[in-house]
Design a binder for this molecule. Structure first.
Ligand code: ATP
Ligand code: MN
Length: 269
């Protein structure tokens, strides 16, 4: 097949294999993004993006943070001296997939309010020796602490080793104050449950623990977007899930082939 059209976007090389382990083609990836676009767009529209593009099954992927001269279906935005880019429609999202984008990573702020973050993220990175039961325990404790602070939080799988807990809220704080708040929350976790959490970035201090990565909460840092595929084996994805699903889901469980099974989540996001 030479060319297909999905969501108004011409897909070139639709049969190119992007995930050789599963035989997933470029057309499958573009279709996936067309499918989740209405839900996913709510999380990524009008926010600066970093994308990971891959052009084949050879594992060669690269980050793209800045727009090039070709401004087709993207919007540039200047932040300081650098130019970044964002999208705001389903067609633009689908076009990213056409351009080879597999992963979408977002900033925690909107383009019209770059200096006022509105999404806080706690990325829980479990040490290899930590079992899933302990990881889930950690997730529950994060929620407990956030509940106490009256911060409404959402859970998603990372599509890899851990879980991400996000807080969508107008913090009305500078990036510095916002980062400090996230640091303090991480410190509370570490002090309350010292055998389970560490905020120390050094890997040798993580043994048997969860690293609470709060450093996502600074200007220019990103977190993988909800519904983004991962350019990893298994074509996993970052899936928003209910808190009540925590005990029945694994961080790398949802993928491009089974995501429809988790569709009940689609109604809530
Ligand atoms: P896992 O659960 O396997 O840790 P993850 O998405 O949380 O998956 P991390 O390595 O913990 O992966 O990174 C957290 C986030 O930091 C990513 O989602 C990504 O947005 C950002 N990030 C990580 N590495 C880089 C990098 N080299 N360049 C830019 N952003 C990065
Ligand atoms: Mn992580």
């Amino acid at each position: 097949m030479k060319e297909v059209v999905i969501g108004g976007v011409k897909v070139t090389n639709p049969d190119k294999i992007l995930f050789p382990d599963l035989g997933i083609t470029k057309k499958d990836v573009v279709k996936y993004y067309a499918d989740v676009a209405p839900l996913m767009l709510e999380y990524i529209k009008e926010r600066p993006l970093t994308v990971i593009r891959c052009h084949g099954g050879d594992g060669e992927c690269f980050f793209k943070r800045h727009p090039t001269n070709d401004r087709t279906l993207i919007h540039p935005i200047k932040v300081g001296k650098e130019e970044y880019f964002y999208i705001k429609s389903e067609k633009e999202l689908i076009y990213q997939a056409q351009m080879g984008t597999i992963e979408f990573h977002v900033w925690g702020c909107r383009v019209n309010n770059i200096d006022k973050p509105d999404v806080m993220v706690f990325d829980l990175d479990p040490d290899e020796s930590l079992n899933i039961k302990k990881l889930r325990e950690g997730v529950v404790h994060v929620k407990e602490v956030l509940d106490e602070l009256k911060l409404d939080s959402q859970l998603k799988t990372s599509g890899g080793k851990g879980f991400h807990i996000t807080i969508h809220h107008e913090f009305k704080k500078s990036w510095d104050k916002f980062g400090e708040l996230s640091n303090q929350i991480a410190k509370v976790l570490e002090i309350q449950w010292p055998n389970l959490f560490t905020t120390n970035i050094r890997k040798e201090n993580r043994h048997g623990k969860i690293f609470v990565d709060f450093l996502r909460n600074k200007k220019g840092a990103t977190c993988v977007a909800p519904y983004s595929l991962r350019a990893r084996k298994g074509a996993t994805l970052s899936m928003p899930v209910e808190w009540s699903d925590l005990n029945s889901i694994l961080p790398d469980e949802v993928n491009i082939k089974n995501y429809m099974k988790f569709e009940k989540n689609f109604e809530n996001y």
